[in-house]
Design a protein around this ligand. Structure first.
Ligand code: HEM
Length: 226
């Protein structure tokens, strides 16, 4: 534990170290999103397939698996947000000392990242209350026995669907910039590969966006039903 704390302290003390923390935690979160989307697409296969998958998630490693994943994700999210806040503060202080066109441009794109990032955070809180804590009594009843039914009933409300679509659109914007930045921070963005990386980031973000928004929209349109 001591070695881990020392290692984190070393990374935290330099802006390169913090950028690495943002990139690596961002990468883990993107992998989670791809996995979560793949599982959610089972909604198109049917009730049984989706419910079996949800049952597997809750029972793997005798129920410990889901908690290991939750704690891991929470640590990734906290590190990602805290390192971003610290970097933004550091950059702001540097900008006051050295005002330059390029730094103004950089601050505009980081502002978009902050706004989209905060919306994603608000979405995650709402999403966990919606489908994990299940504050809605109807969803709570269904959640334990029929997660497929819970998702369908949850997306019958057009306002909820609208909130999901807006959040997923901001998530797409956050990812298209963030995924390209991961390559840059990890030193994988050569001049030659720059165009390809940009296209890959955009394609991945659009695929994640289309996959996620398709589910609430399909429920509302009656394509996925009980
Ligand atoms: C249409 C889109 C989505 C659907 C249908 C969906 C579905 C679900 C469901 C059913 C659960 C509850 C799992 C359970 O406890 O049984 C869940 C949990 C979760 N989802 Fe999503 N999800 C969607 C999009 C997202 C997005 C975009 C993110 C992240 C930005 C996300 C992050 C999470 C997290 C962090 C959990 C909590 C896991 C837990 O602690 O149980 N989800 N999702």
């Amino acid at each position: 534990m001591n070695a881990l704390t020392r290692c984190l302290e070393t990374y935290w003390s330099s802006s390169i170290g913090k950028k690495l923390i943002v990139a690596i935690t961002g990468l883990v979160l993107v992998v989670f999103l791809a996995g979560h989307l793949t599982g959610n697409l089972l909604m198109y296969v049917g009730r049984e397939a989706f419910n079996e998958y949800a049952h597997f998630l809750h029972t793997m490693l005798h129920g410990a698996g889901v908690w290991i994943a939750r704690i891991g994700l929470l640590v990734m999210l906290v590190l990602h947000v805290a390192a971003t806040i610290s970097l933004t503060r550091q950059n702001r202080a540097a900008r006051q000392a050295y005002e330059h066109k390029a730094t103004i441009q950089a601050s505009k794109s980081s502002r978009i990242m902050i706004v989209s990032g905060l919306t994603i955070l608000a979405f995650v809180v709402f999403h966990i209350l919606h489908y994990t804590v299940r504050v809605d009594a109807d969803l709570a009843k269904l959640g334990a026995t029929d997660p497929f039914g819970m998702v369908v009933v949850g997306f019958r409300n057009p306002l909820v669907v609208l909130f999901y679509v807006i959040s997923m659109t901001l998530l797409c914007s956050h990812l298209s910039h963030g995924v390209a930045s991961i390559f840059q921070t990890l030193g994988l963005r050569s001049k030659k590969a720059q165009g390809l990386i940009q296209q890959f980031s955009l394609a991945l973000s659009l695929a994640i966006w289309a996959g996620f928004i398709s589910i609430p929209i399909s429920v509302l349109a009656g394509l996925i039903k009980l």
